[in-house]
Design a protein around this ligand. Structure first.
Ligand code: SF4
Ligand code: SF4
Length: 142
């Protein structure tokens, strides 16, 4: 078995069995700024819908102090980040941006009912492809 196949299998094992991930991120950021101007906040298992609750969360993490409420919809409160330059659509603190911004997008986005914007340069691809699932469980395809 060649080196790349072994490394790929190890990577898949680590992501799916250890980290319990279903998707991995591909592509790159094209700095459209959309993910910084429509943000939901998930705390434990729920999306924050209440401003009073959010005020308390601001003591927990500095990232929350960057956010201001701009709307509310069926999912919850909608925030915009104050570090987003409205003209250039670039992050003013790009080099020191929080880890949560560096890791965006992650598959938790789907569990919040969210989706990547059409303009986003990233994609979340299934780690185990549909073809591989079919190979393992051929009865699914019948
Ligand atoms: S800190 Fe920067 S990257 Fe993070 S949400 Fe704000 S503008 Fe976006
Ligand atoms: S939506 Fe995607 S491409 Fe746009 S700024 Fe966010 S991560 Fe980058």
């Amino acid at each position: 078995m060649c080196y790349h196949v072994i490394m790929n299998s190890l990577k898949k094992f680590f992501l799916t069995k250890i980290l319990r991930r279903k998707y991995h991120r591909t592509g790159k950021c094209n700095a459209c700024g959309q993910c910084c101007s429509k943000i939901y906040v998930k705390h434990f298992k729920h999306v924050v819908k209440d401003e009073k609750e959010f005020e308390k969360l601001q003591y927990l993490h500095s990232f929350y102090t960057y956010l201001k409420v701009v709307d509310k919809d069926d999912t919850g409160l909608v925030f915009e980040c104050c570090n987003l330059d409205p003209e250039t659509k670039k992050c003013r603190i790009h080099k020191s941006r929080p880890g949560i911004c560096r890791r965006y997008p992650q598959e938790e986005l789907f569990s919040m009912g969210g989706a990547l914007s059409d303009d986003c340069g990233y994609r979340l691809e299934p780690i185990i492809s549909f073809e591989e699932v079919l190979k393992k469980h051929p009865s699914f395809g019948q």
